[in-house]
Design a protein around this ligand. Structure first.
Ligand SMILES: Cc1ncc(COP(=O)(O)O)c(C=O)c1O
Length: 374
């Protein structure tokens, strides 16, 4: 009996200020308690609803391709590259952090012709360098970049790069993993309709569970023959359109959680409302941390409302700080960029301004406790 009860009781885990996986609402988690038969109409209705809701988020229409892929966000990025870049195409990859670098790794592994353009991860993207590359390398057909570079928290000027791409007749492949659902994203219309492909996942700003990713585009952008069987965007989408089913075993509980997360996203007020909440979280966090003596790694104009990197003060041992915060109910991330000693705090998930105020009190208490230790 006790074993059974213990099984259903949720262990006390800290609030995750680690953007992906992140803290989800109990309503989203509750949807994962049910075993759904994946070939049944009730489950098909969930996937159909997800496709409709995701289309609405990008201003799409009933022709917009939304391929649902089991897996983490990286699977969607790989599917996007392998399904939209043909053998005679060439991708300009903007690398200003660990996730930009990952796009280049995927392109290399898939043997796609590409140019990796490195940018300083700590200052805004140099748009003139991107334009210069487009002018000088006529082979380029696609540009690939991250929207929010989560490894630093840098908000990249995705809209400006999209416009640049449209002007030069190139297609933008955007890794919108940590932006989708909270930052504006809209599929172009008219002559530019095929100029954008989006990779996203359920477990970031949509506040769903990890294990479901999306590739979203107008059909004109997906003309290449995929070089992957399981990550074939067109095949996955065509099969689902025909049968209302996944080609391979879907993560049924995660899909159900995603449908609920999208419902709650809409009820909250959509992208604008979510953006506002995260922005408020970020303001409280940044002001409070600065008052406690922590400096942000990026300049104010480059900060995103998604995740913020702070310099680690030399006297602060990160592991000890991490454990002190964990004991007080919060999980944070270490820095991901290797040349600066930093740590990162996320502002997204089922996280509210009151949580940020609590976090700041925990930071203050943790520092005090660590200062007392011999
Ligand atoms: C911008 C960005 N791209 C890619 C990824 C990789 O996603 P995953 O770890 O779900 O594969 C992440 C994860 O945080 C991300 O933030």
């Amino acid at each position: 009996m006790w074993q059974c009860l213990r099984h259903f009781l949720r262990p006390r885990t800290p609030l995750l200020l680690t953007p992906g996986p992140l803290s989800t609402s109990p309503y989203v988690r509750a949807k994962m308690r049910v075993d759904y038969p994946s070939r049944d109409a009730t489950f098909s209705a969930l996937t159909t609803r997800i496709i409709t809701d995701v289309r609405a988020l990008v201003n799409g229409n009933d022709k917009t391709v939304v391929a649902l892929l089991p897996g983490s966000g990286t699977y969607a990025i790989e599917a996007m590259l392998r399904s939209s870049v043909a053998t005679n195409d060439h991708v300009l990859i903007i690398d200003n952090g660990a996730y930009g670098a990952r796009i280049a790794d995927i392109a290399a592994q898939a043997q796609l012709a590409h140019t990796r353009q490195k940018h300083d991860p700590y200052v805004s993207l140099d748009l003139s360098a991107i334009e210069e590359a487009l002018k000088s390398n006529k082979a380029i057909t696609h540009i690939a970049m991250t929207y929010c570079e989560t490894s630093s928290g840098m908000l990249n000027p995705y809209e400006s790069v999209l416009q640049l791409g449209c002007r030069y007749g190139k297609t933008l492949l955007v890794d919108a993993m940590s932006a989708f659902g909270a930052l504006p994203l809209s599929l172009p219309r008219g002559t530019h309709a095929g100029r954008l492909v989006i990779a996203a996942s359920a477990n970031k700003c949509l506040e769903g569970a990890p294990g479901l990713a999306f590739v979203i585009a107008n059909p004109q952008a997906l003309q290449a023959t995929s070089t992957s069987l399981s990550l074939d965007v067109q095949a996955q989408y065509a099969f689902m359109q025909k049968t209302q089913q996944f080609r391979f075993t879907p993560p049924v509980q995660v899909v159900a959680a995603c449908a609920e997360a999208l419902r709650r996203h809409k009820a909250e007020g959509g992208v604008d409302a979510r953006h506002k909440r995260y922005q408020k979280n970020a303001h409280i966090l940044i002001d409070g941390m600065q008052n406690l003596g922590f400096a942000t790694v990026l300049q104010d104009k480059d900060l995103s409302p998604i995740i913020v990197s702070f310099h680690r003060p030399p006297a602060l041992d990160f592991q000890a700080f991490y454990h002190a915060l964990w004991k007080r109910g919060f999980a944070i991330y270490p820095g991901k960029l290797l040349d600066i000693d930093s740590f990162r705090v996320g502002c997204i998930g089922h996280v509210f301004p009151r949580d940020m105020h609590r976090f700041l009190r925990a930071v203050k208490a943790s520092r005090k406790a660590l200062a007392k230790k011999p």
